[in-house]
Design a protein around this ligand. Structure first.
Ligand code: HAM
Length: 447
């Protein structure tokens, strides 16, 4: 039993160092593939005016109706403002596109973002209240080649993470907003006189968002739906052609998919292409990512009509798949050298050695406390240090230091000044953890 009195709030979790290795790995793959394809990074605030999500994602979607995390109402010059933590990135990024006049830039504007999102859903396996997404958006042009290229970038990322073989990409075209309006009208017509047989929740949905009946879990609804009109009967010729071209381009890129006419996605802003990545075991229940075209969104948010297509991957679900597949996330957190010391003089003397080793790119720990040399050695072992430097009172007097190879269990005494060059030789220059700031850019680990 843990002694913890306080725990993480329900549906959230700490990202402990072991899992950070996976997060870093995913971020690296995303950054790499995004840069190759001309995407630039953007970060928007973790919270926005609630209205942005209501207008964008849709007032009667699950995400807005049930899952928004409100962050209180605050007075502003215009009156009371309600804010919500972002449940996803797309609406915020489009808000930013409009706000910063990105229409003036060469189109399409390709943006990506990585960070937490919040949905106040009932937590269960694979569904959390705080989770992490990486998100790619291509805004400003509508062309089947952009949909296909975006999917191809996503495929590359999943291949880099070595889980691609566990996934199947589900693809559909849900037509234009007009096609869907016609379909919704037909669906409502079909249910006239049948409302009484619908469960309460679905009867309400028929009024507010009839498309949601399609993925209802209620048996009665499912039975009624068997003879109902289907969306594909309402898709116009233009959309059909668009879809065929997307598939042709995917074929050209060697990207495989499964056509799934039931895939509608739970957000209102989509039109035309929609897609999701399902793992081969659980199917659509815990999709590792999804996206699609959202040509109406920017106008819904008050901008000039501007098309877009995008995708978001769920990092926790991806990490789960990586672990299931036995994928190890490489990391650089190993301890190379542990410096053990005894006595105040030795402790003082080894501080600059520790600092020097660190500056040279050697991961070094030491001068931790007053314990005996023996227990410090045990600690060095537990930290997994490759080498230990030992500095006792005798060595201080003699101007020497002991270097121990932990795996070989061998040690030798050398001159104190020789310790650092000796360690560098043993570790090898190519294994040193150094980074250079080139042209103002840190080429290595960005956040
Ligand atoms: P979404 O399908 O709502 O799409 O979420 C994308 C992915 O985020 C999901 O496939 C899943 O992996 C992960 N996810 C969503 N909710 C949770 C949760 N409660 N717990 C854990 N993981 C979760 C979007 O968010 C769209 N904005 C994608 C997009 C970008 N469309 C166009 N551009």
């Amino acid at each position: 039993m843990s002694e913890a009195k306080f725990r993480t709030p329900k549906g959230t979790s700490d990202i402990l160092p072991e899992d950070h290795q996976y997060h870093t790995y995913i971020k690296k793959a995303v950054r790499h593939r995004c840069r190759q394809a001309g995407f630039k990074r953007i970060d928007t605030p973790l919270f926005e005016k609630k209205e942005i999500f209501e207008r964008g994602i849709g007032e009667h979607t699950d995400i807005v109706e049930k899952e928004l995390f409100m962050v209180g109402s605050h007075h502003s010059e215009e009156g009371m403002e309600a804010f919500a933590l972002r449940p996803e990135f797309t609406a915020s990024i489009c808000r930013s596109y409009i706000e910063h006049g990105m229409k003036q830039l060469p189109q399409p504007v390709e943006l990506y973002s990585i960070g937490p999102a919040f949905r106040h859903d009932r937590p269960q396996k694979g569904r959390y209240r705080q989770f992490h997404q990486f998100d790619l958006e291509v805004i400003g042009l509508s062309d089947p080649s952009l949909d296909a290229q975006l999917i191809h970038v996503c495929n590359k990322i999943f291949k880099d993470l070595r889980i691609f073989d566990r996934l199947t990409m589900q693809l559909n075209n849900i037509g234009t907003a007009e096609n869907r309006e016609e379909y919704i009208a037909a669906l409502k017509d079909y249910f006239i006189g049948k409302e009484r047989n619908l469960p309460d929740l679905d009867r309400t949905r028929l009024e507010t968002n009839p498309l949601r009946l399609l993925d209802s879990k209620e048996e009665d609804t499912q039975i009624l739906l068997k003879n109902a009109p289907t969306l594909d009967q309402f898709i116009g010729d233009e959309s059909k052609e668009y879809h065929e071209t997307v598939k042709e381009y995917l074929g050209e890129l060697g990207a495989e998919y499964v056509e799934n006419s039931h895939l509608v996605r739970g957000l209102d802003y989509y039109n035309q292409t929609v897609f999701e990545y399902w793992d081969n075991d659980t199917g659509g229940k815990n999709a590792v990512g999804g996206g699609g075209r959202y040509d109406p969104l920017i106008e819904m948010l008050g901008g000039q009509a501007t098309p877009g297509v995008g995708f978001a991957g769920g990092m926790e679900r991806i990490i789960y798949q990586m672990k299931q597949a036995g994928v190890q996330a490489p990391h650089k957190d190993q301890i190379d050298v542990f410096v053990a010391q005894l006595g105040p003089e030795a402790k003082k003397k080894c501080l600059s050695t520790i600092s020097e080793l660190r500056d040279l790119g050697v991961h070094t720990l030491g001068a931790l406390g007053e314990a005996s040399l023996k227990s410090q050695m045990r600690l060095a072992d537990k930290f997994g240090a490759k080498y230990t430097l030992l500095l006792g009172q005798m060595e201080v007097k003699a101007g020497t230091i002991i270097l121990r190879d932990m795996a070989a269990g061998k040690q030798k005494e050398s001159k104190f000044e020789k310790a650092v060059p000796e360690i560098i030789k043993l570790i090898g220059k190519e294994n040193l953890d150094t980074y250079v700031l080139r042209d103002g850019f840190n080429e290595q680990d960005e956040d």
